[in-house]
Design a protein around this ligand. Structure first.
Ligand SMILES: Cc1cc2nc3c(=O)[nH]c(=O)nc-3n(C[C@H](O)[C@H](O)[C@H](O)COP(=O)(O)OP(=O)(O)OC[C@H]3O[C@@H](n4cnc5c(N)ncnc54)[C@H](O)[C@@H]3O)c2cc1C
Length: 492
């Protein structure tokens, strides 16, 4: 039986493990931390359960497709509910709840800008076309050749790769609040809207039409579901297992050094951060230099606070985006000047608004996220300064004091991302999807220098986010199966 080792237990690794084991491959997953799930681990304390990373469940069709590939259903594992409002956007002088229904959304747009409802319909039609072209085909390609991008859909929409989403949105809409709402989803791709091709408007379709969902119990339910699915196919999971070296012989993978012990494997797939994985190889076996990494556009890092409140908080929704300060200034501090932001936009999540199980009775579970430039010098003082700034704004907008009700507080920032995940510059969600970092222009999913070494996850194709991680695992598993089948054929 062919033995494949998988480094890391993020969504991409968990996904690949399921695909490989279901096809009869012997699979061992090695995770350095004590919990599975990678950036989607949980933090449990004093009756509170925090999802440490992702909290937005978008593109439910991608999850359905994943479980469907194993003749199972999402509903076999967790209860999924659609949030309505999808989220709240807090502006300086106004708060806006985003309705789940398109007709209400249409009316909301009209209330800000006459004629914008019809324009929204037109914009969404194009976004839907892009979504279907991407999800049915493009994002499942391994990123090995430019030819993968040449399809009837992309050829007829080629202009959408060479215009950016910001100018596209601003041609259609004039009201700054509508512009902010429409520019928000591409932030998930990790770059500024002016550096993101218009084709990525499919994120708007995901946001406004496919909706924002929540698995009851939290995002970690997806991790549990995937682990249980993998176990049913024989995957073995090992936590507390740090990979120290990828062992090779004549530039071919022969095994791993795990916590000082050597074990043999036929193939290795790494879902750990890409640059870190290459550092587990000798210098001449790495495909990408330090110059390469330092010249890429990385998705932001983040300052996160996990907060337990001893009371319910009025005026908040499950997801809240604070767009009450200037986005361009904050974007400059993330992408251009790399410094601690003065007045950052931030995101506040209160899953206990929907789900009683994540906090003790009559308490609120809060998660604050402030995007930061990767690589910033991280100190307790800077974290606290930033925390106080955003708490002032949160309290101002909800009109009540909540700081004195905090009974649990833990921060997480650049240094934690580096220490816990071996993340380059402490990035939170990998490498951005700019035009020059899309598809075949992203770090390769298969090593050109070391035989039988493969990569998966948010630094390779298709990109950052939970749905892309599920897809990335599938793509890498397909390439490994192709290699194994070729090998079996050659030995007959
Ligand atoms: C704060 C935050 C919020 C996010 N919000 C969302 C969201 O709302 N929606 C969404 O779709 N996406 C979101 N994302 C992005 C999404 O979580 C990630 O893109 C995705 O989970 C990445 O999965 P992955 O498999 O690429 O890697 P990871 O989750 O990073 O897993 C890699 C694993 O490799 C392990 N590892 C590293 N080195 C070694 C080693 N030497 N030996 C053994 N193991 C090792 C690490 O410990 C880690 O567990 C968010 C991310 C963060 C951090």
């Amino acid at each position: 039986m062919n033995k494949v080792a998988i480094i890391g237990s993020g969504f991409s690794s968990l996904s690949a493990a399921c695909y490989l084991a279901s096809q009869g491959v012997s699979v061992d997953v090695f995770e350095k931390n004590d919990e599975l799930g990678g950036r989607a681990r949980i933090y449990k304390k004093d009756g509170f359960t925090f999802d440490m990373g992702p909290s937005w469940y978008w593109m439910p069709d991608v999850f359905d497709r994943f479980f469907g590939d194993f003749d199972t259903k999402t509903s076999d594992y967790y209860d999924l509910i659609r949030l309505n409002p999808s989220y709240q956007v807090v502006f300086d002088d106004d708060r806006l709840n985003m309705p789940a229904s398109f007709s209400e959304l249409h009316d909301l747009f009209e209330s800000y800008e006459s004629g914008s409802g019809a324009k929204l319909y037109k914009f969404i039609k194009q976004a839907e076309y892009n979504y279907k072209a991407s999800m049915e085909e493009l994002v499942y390609k391994p990123g090995q050749s430019v030819m993968e991008l040449i399809t009837p859909e992309t050829v007829t929409n080629i202009n959408q790769f060479f215009t950016n989403i910001r100018s596209n949105i601003r041609k259609l809409f004039k009201h700054p609040k509508l512009i902010s709402i429409l520019e928000f989803p591409v932030l998930f791709l990790g770059a500024k809207p002016e550096n993101t091709p218009s084709f990525y408007s499919f994120m708007n379709y995901a946001d406004l039409m496919l909706g924002t969902w929540y698995p009851m119990g939290g995002m970690h339910q997806i991790v549990k579901a995937m682990v249980s699915l993998g176990e049913s196919h024989g995957v073995r999971y090992h936590t507390g297992s740090n990979i120290e070296k990828i062992v090779t012989s004549q530039s071919e993978v022969t095994g791993l050094v795990i916590n000082g012990q050597r074990q043999s494997f036929d193939m290795v797939l790494s879902g750990a951060d890409y640059r870190h994985t290459e550092q587990l190889l000798d210098l001449n076996q790495r495909m990408y230099s330090e110059n390469y990494w330092s010249s890429r556009t990385f998705a932001p890092s983040a300052l996160i606070y996990y907060l337990g409140f001893n009371k319910r908080i009025e005026g908040v929704q499950h997801h809240n985006l604070f767009f009450d300060e200037d986005f361009d200034e904050h974007a400059k501090e993330i992408y251009d000047d790399a410094k601690w932001p003065d007045k950052p936009l931030f995101y506040a999540c209160f899953p206990s608004v929907t789900d009683d199980s994540v906090s003790p009775e009559n308490c609120e579970n809060g998660f604050l996220l402030i995007p930061l430039a990767p690589g910033l010098e991280d100190s307790e003082d800077m974290r606290e300064k930033c925390f106080n700034g955003v708490m002032d704004r949160l309290e101002k907008h909800i009109g009540q004091s909540v700081r004195d009700s905090i009974i649990l507080k833990r921060s997480y920032c650049v240094n934690d991302f580096k220490n816990d995940y071996n993340s380059y510059k402490g990035n939170a969600y990998g490498m951005a999807n700019t035009l020059k970092q899309t598809a075949f222009l992203r770090p390769r999913i298969q090593s050109k220098k070391v035989k039988n070494l493969f990569f998966t996850g948010q630094l390779t194709v298709p990109g950052p986010g939970v749905p892309p991680a599920l897809i990335s695992g599938k793509i890498s598993a397909q390439l490994i199966m192709k290699e194994l089948n070729k090998r079996a054929y050659e030995t007959v």
